[in-house]
Design a protein around this ligand. Sequence first.
Ligand SMILES: N[C@@H](CCC(=O)N[C@@H](CS)C(=O)NCC(=O)O)C(=O)O
Length: 191
Amino acid sequence: MSPFTLRPRIALNLKSVGYEFLEEDKFGQKSDLLLKSNPVHKKTPVLIHGESPVCESLIIVQYIDEAWPTGAAIMPEDPRERATARFWAAYVDDKFLPPLLSGVTKARDDEAWKEGLAQVVDGLALLERAYEEISKGKTFFGGDRIGYLDIALGCFLVLRLAPGQRGFEPSQDFGRGEDAGVGQMGREVCG
Ligand SMILES: N[C@@H](CCC(=O)N[C@@H](CS)C(=O)NCC(=O)O)C(=O)O
């Protein structure tokens, strides 16, 4: 299951919204529905609510929070905290993920892999510091409950590698491992 797709699914579950999940064939042709629903990027996930598609996983999560306002809020209530959550979510997608998804898991040789891994570990150290500040000692960026930033980052911290695949294991490659800090948060989000 793609971590990008997990994001809206977690948000829908938090809001107790039922949905039908249509899977795309990763290795086959893109479906007509996907091409019609996301003609710009042609990527999943897409949320189709009524007749209208909503694209881009983090935009979908924000949409879900607004379209189903009952239940616990996913975005922080305070505008400044909302801006901070959006800032770090953009950091996750723009800076943290590219070396993880391209540099590390698709590295051609050991040197490229080490370089990618160093960038991932640096990025995670920065996110760990942000987590300490924002979570104020609680389990989640969102405090006692899963929030926007937990959804944005958490799904990518529990990536598991196929045996022999070069990649990134938070428990081995990042000092604090899975039982503390963002590692623990990731497990709770996806548990
Ligand atoms: N920025 C997009 C990224 C989504 C993405 O990369 N989706 C992958 C599935 S994991 C995809 O559809 N890949 C097919 C492709 O790149 O053509 C988001 O957050 O929704």
